[in-house]
Design a protein around this ligand. Structure first.
Ligand SMILES: [Zn+2]
Length: 214
């Protein structure tokens, strides 16, 4: 049986990086809320009796997709996967309750990282305005300040990565997602991993936790 893995942690904890490695190592699907929604944009959700009849109508209008829609799309994605690593869901306790009805998890990983470190990681990101390449002022700096190594384009900071917005994002995370952590803390297969290290070191513990529990 392929493992069913949930990965939790704040924005900037490295969930995406570790999830990709898990997907490769254990041959499971990397399921994210964003992909689940994009892959099912045009699916008929009329039975949910909401404002719109497809997820795409919310997304095209830039409106928040209701929990009931996100839940249904994640359930669809999980039902099609033998094993998976679920990343970016559940974001709140209602979604966590919905997830309990969908599947049994083998492993719940929590990447813990201090707030100060998260702020450093997130505010240090720079992206090339021309080719989209990613850099970080401390961890993967460009050869010349503010200039893309790949194409010579100008490096910019995304609005989402400014300190003010980062602090807001972390606040929302604390309010909405901490109840989710409490729910899973006593779960079989729950493992807290110190995420405040180099990705390769975090990976050793992440892989070990899945091997032991799956
Ligand atoms: Zn570039």
């Amino acid at each position: 049986m392929d493992p069913k893995i949930l990965i939790l942690g704040p924005p900037g904890a490295g969930k995406g990086t570790q999830s990709e490695r898990l997907a490769t190592e254990f041959d499971v699907e990397h399921v994210t809320t964003g992909d689940a929604l994009r892959n099912n944009k045009d699916r008929d959700i009329g039975h949910l009796d909401l404002e719109y009849d497809t997820p795409g109508e919310y997304m095209d209008r830039g409106e928040l997709v209701p929990d009931a829609v996100v839940d249904a799309m994640v359930e669809e994605a999980l039902s099609g996967a033998d094993g998976f690593v679920l990343d970016g869901y559940p974001r709140n306790d209602d979604q966590a309750a919905a997830l309990e009805g969908m599947t049994d998890l083998d492993v719940v990983l929590y990447l813990s990282v201090s707030e100060a470190e998260l702020v450093d990681r997130l505010t240090g990101r720079r992206v090339c305005a021309d080719c989209g390449a990613n850099f970080h002022v401390a961890y993967s700096p460009p050869k010349a300040d503010g200039v893309c190594d790949k194409c010579g384009g100008e490096l910019t900071q995304r609005e989402d990565d400014t300190e003010e917005v980062v602090r807001e994002r972390l606040e929302v995370y604390h309010d909405d997602t901490e109840p989710v952590l409490e729910r899973y803390a006593g779960h079989d297969g729950y493992v807290e991993v110190d995420g405040e290290r180099a990705p390769d070191d975090v990976w050793q513990d992440v892989r070990e936790a899945v091997r032991k529990n799956a």
